[in-house]
Structures are given as C-alpha cells and as structure tokens.
Design a protein around this ligand. Sequence first.
Ligand code: G3H
Ligand code: 13P
Ligand code: ZN
Length: 329
Amino acid sequence: MGYTYRELGLSNTREMFAKANREGYAVPAFNFNNMEMALAIVEACAEMGSPVILQCSAGAIKYMGYDVAPLMAKAAVDRARNMGSDIPVALHLDHGADLETVKKCIAAGFSSVMIDASHYDYEENIKVTKEVVEYAHKNAGEYVSVEAELGVLAGIEDDVHAEEHKYTNPEEVIDFVGRTGVDSLAIAIGTSHGAHKFKPGEDPKLRLDVLDAVAEKLGSFPIVLHGSSAVPKKYVDMIKEFGGEMKDAIGIPDSELRGATKSTVAKINVDTDGRLAFTAGVRQVLGTNPKEFDPRKYLGAGQKEMKEYYKTKVQDVFGSEGAYVKGTK
Ligand code: G3H
Ligand code: 13P
Ligand code: ZN
C-alpha cells in the first residue's frame, strides 16, 4: 500500500507552473536514483528558494522500488522544511509508458506523471494521453497533474530510440491540448537525451522558432523541455582525469536555454548533468585516494558536487532563484 501525495508533503505542478509562467522562470525537474541525489537536489533548491520537481524514470523506480521512491521524496520535503524553506516539491513519473504504470505511481504517492505516447501516431497519442488524464484528474483521489509529449526527440528515451528529431508541429498543439486535457506539454525543438546531443563540429542550436510558434498558439499554457543538460566540460574533464571514458560529449549551451525560460517554458528536465557531476565527485575521491572504501566519503563527494552544480544551474539557467523563501545552508 502506498500514500497520497499530500500525506508525503508533496504538491502537484499546477500552481508551480502558473507562478513560473507569471513570473518568467522555469521549474527545475531533476532526476534522482538514490538518497544522495534526492538530497543534493532538494538542498540546492531549498538554499536557492526554487520550486523543484523530483523525477523518476521507469529505470529509477525499478532501482529504488515503488515503496522507497516516494519516501525519498518525503525525506527531501522534510529536509527542505528543516532548512526553513517553503519550496513546493513534486514527485513526477518521467516518461511513463502506459496507464498501468501511471496507476502504480499514483497509488505509491506520485503527485505528477508524464504519459509519453509520442512514438505513436497523432490520434493514438491523443487516445492514450486522454485516458491517463481522465484517471489522474478524477479517479486518483487527489488531482495528479499530467504531462504529455508531442513530437519526438532524437536519441534514446528509455526503450524507444529515434534516429532523428521530429519537431513538434505548432499547428497541432491547440487540438492536442484541448482534446486531451493535459496540464503541460513537452515539445521537440532539437534537445535530446544523454551526453551526446550533437556531433563534433555541429552547431548546438535549438529550434527556438518552433518554441515561439507553439507558445504563441498556446498562450500561457506550460511548455516542457526534455533533454536539456549542458554536459559541462568541467565534469567531462574530471571524469576523464580520474579514469573514466567520455568521447564527444556535447550538451545544450546554457545561453540557448536561458532565453527559453523567459517564455512559457515552465519545466526543464535535467538528468545527465547531475549524473556527470555526481560521477566526477565520486571518481575524484576514489582516483586520489585508492585506499578509500568508505561509501560515505565517495558518495558524499558526489552529492556535494551535484548540489553545488545545481545551485549554479538554478541561478544561471532556470531563473527560479528566490521564487520562495530561501532555506539556510
Ligand atoms: O529521460 C531519460 C532520463 O534521463 C532517464 O534515464 O532511463 O536511464 O533512468 P534512465
Ligand atoms: P538530459 O539527458 O539532457 O539530462 O535529459 C533528461 C530528461 O529529459 C529526462 O526526462
Ligand atoms: Zn526526457
């Protein structure tokens, strides 16, 4: 048996997104896989006074379990409150595959879900998404917010692999949002998942014209960007210096994203950057102290590196610093 998300101190994303769009920033949606990552994320956001969405992929839920993942989120909320911060925290299913997964997540305590039916054709995407919306809004007890995706990101999304971007068609978004009743819409504008978003020599540019056209059609409706990690050179270099291998890792420049946060982009997904910062911190400790075998030393270093990086990201990219009361360090 699980919890309702209110019992865990979590919020859905409705008010979060409305405030973000009113005030011109984006809410950070950071993926986590364990306690260290959940605390790094929430402490960074609590110190900055930024709302936060903690998100779990299917793989992350498999790793932690439906029983543990929501309690990590509860612990993160408690940590924020103990720091004196009032930031809202959501627990979101990232790239939900089907209604069955959505139901399990909601029963476990998730406050927000994504149904990713973007690989189906348009009508099937609408049908699958609508079913999830009807369940999450009305039958789940509490109102659980729903994100859907229109367009396909190149690269890997869990088990789905696409060779090329299929940019979102701005002519479809009003119909899609109207017929499904979703709370937010992820669109494809040239971002992609993972550490290898562009090939060496390629211009790392996003189709901001597509974003602008979608935003114009949808008015103040919350837009979501996936695959938005910057892949900082600092961490790629650290990983290589301490024994790792990373070839041709290229991400989205912060400057490209910064403009997007001032539009109606209300949520930006970042996973890879946290993994890189965490891995760099772990590798540095193990690389410089070959005799170290205390997990608190190397996992603690990963947590610290991730937290510090996400604080800079909140400030430099999301623009969400100070939206809520800042917590003490
Ligand atoms: O959208 C993809 C996320 O980065 C999750 O990745 O399936 O390896 O947990 P994962
Ligand atoms: P990155 O791989 O760019 O961090 O994207 C993460 C993401 O979109 C999760 O849904
Ligand atoms: Zn994604």
